[in-house]
Design a protein around this ligand. Structure first.
Ligand code: SF4
Ligand code: SF4
Length: 156
């Protein structure tokens, strides 16, 4: 069994993830975050925050790959636009999605696990969906992705 992990000094998702109940936008530090320390309103934090666990906290990836070190927060969910499971990589600082950590896991998840990988660039300026080899999207999925301004990349 994997050992229990704790966030420790990581506060990366307090930047990357939106929190609707407090109007916290995607890719901007939460006003209540004490960066590198924790939540300034811990006892009263919204349930979205209390319930959230990134994939690293779940015990995936190496211990050294905590999101504040890799500058990538990894999440997993069903992407409503196409109703498919994705592994989503959120950039904590500019350029992190272009570095080997993000590139290597994108290749391994798409090729070995046959799962779609979504890159959310800093500021949500770009959302790029990487497809596993041989994955064909339906016409309707392509239409919806285009409508929501996703870029789609095949066979990396
Ligand atoms: S990104 Fe993961 S490890 Fe970091 S604070 Fe959020 S849940 Fe914890
Ligand atoms: S309320 Fe606290 S846990 Fe939630 S995003 Fe803000 S600082 Fe992070």
């Amino acid at each position: 069994m994997k050992s229990e992990r704790v966030c420790g000094g990581c506060t990366a998702c307090c930047k990357t993830h939106p929190v609707l109940s407090i109007d916290k936008p995607i890719s901007k530090w939460c006003k209540d975050c004490i960066i590198g320390k924790g939540c300034g309103i811990y006892e009263k934090r919204p349930s979205e925050c209390a319930d959230f666990k990134c994939q690293w906290l779940f015990g995936n990836y190496e211990g050294k790959d905590r999101p504040d070190h890799t500058k990538i927060v990894i999440d997993s969910y069903i992407l409503d636009t196409i109703d498919e499971k994705v592994i989503a990589l959120y950039e904590v600082s500019e350029g992190a999605l272009g570095r080997p950590f993000a590139q290597n896991i994108t290749t391994s998840i798409t090729r070995q696990d046959n799962i779609l990988v979504l890159h959310i660039h800093l500021g949500a300026k770009r959302a790029v969906l990487y497809l596993p080899p041989n994955r064909i999207l339906t016409k309707e999925q392509k239409r919806k992705l285009a409508e929501d301004s996703f870029e789609v990349i095949n066979n990396i």
